[in-house]
Design a protein around this ligand. Sequence first.
Ligand SMILES: Nc1nc2c(ncn2[C@@H]2O[C@H](COP(=O)(O)OP(=O)(O)O)[C@@H](O)[C@H]2O)c(=O)[nH]1
Ligand SMILES: [Mg+2]
Length: 320
Amino acid sequence: MTRARPLPPAARAIVSGDRRALARVISQVENREPSAASVARALYPRTGKKPVIGVTGPLGVGKSSVINRLVARLRDLDRTVGVVAVDPSSPYSGGSVLGDRIRFERRVDDAGVFFRSMASRGEVGGIAAATREVTRLLDAAGFDVILVETVGSGQVDLAVRDVATTSVVVLVPHLGDEVQTLKAGLFEIADVFCVNKADLPGADVARRDLAELVGLGGARSGWRPRIVATSTTQPSGIEELWSAIEAHEEFLDRTGARRADERRRVSAEIVELVRERVGRELTRRLEREPELRRWVDRAVERTLDPHTVADRLARALGSR
Ligand SMILES: Nc1nc2c(ncn2[C@@H]2O[C@H](COP(=O)(O)OP(=O)(O)O)[C@@H](O)[C@H]2O)c(=O)[nH]1
Ligand SMILES: [Mg+2]
């Protein structure tokens, strides 16, 4: 439907491989500029066919290093790669950003790779939404594979499931401590476990412990998470890691899970967008409309309770 319409110039530039146009629109997405929304809308029909690989896990486990190796592997296989890294917003970990950039920059001369890091300021929902838009821009720009790095700080890494077709959770040896601090959710989102720093002692034990835990969890909707040991310094295990990711992508196609997953993601996105819009509208009306203001005043004065006001509001909104 939308495809029949001519693309706006910025969208056309992105599709034709103009990397500067791509970078510009990504900045607009980051800054929530309205101009980005029209580009995103125009490009949407061209997206959704590419593997989007989410790479998450605690800070310092080697996510950026693994991605760097995966990019090299994919280039060897003649596949182009778009990478988006969501930087940690925590000021305590700001230092890692520069390190990531330096390592990625070795590939700036290669037109088959595009790397972009995004500030993760703002609320988690906003980051997830912006990350999703950026992966779609990379998709429309024609990259064969899209990689997304998110730091494993609890909520952001869980949001990766709302973006990625395959989720890789990176861990390191000495899982004993790691597993203690891991959110149960991290286990739920992993399609592939990557035990990185396998050059360090304890990798075999970590792998076995993890296999046991995965075994206990059973196969989630027909897919039993794969466990791969990697080292980015040696390097080793990178081919196996990519094979495990591909196996999951093939599983998605073979079983029809790709469409079901996409349906779940799109549905959640629509709900989120409506929630945002309704929330904004409601806040505005609660301030402006005298009757609604009175309800809030009465809740403040304790002559009405918030639940009753919410019931009334929901009815009032529904009747419009
Ligand atoms: N020994 C060892 N160190 C690694 C390996 N991969 C990454 N590192 C180191 O771990 C640190 C954190 O790596 P980085 O990729 O920035 O982790 P991220 O925060 O998860 O993105 C860096 O000092 C890396 O050099 C590995 O396979 N073995
Ligand atoms: Mg990193």
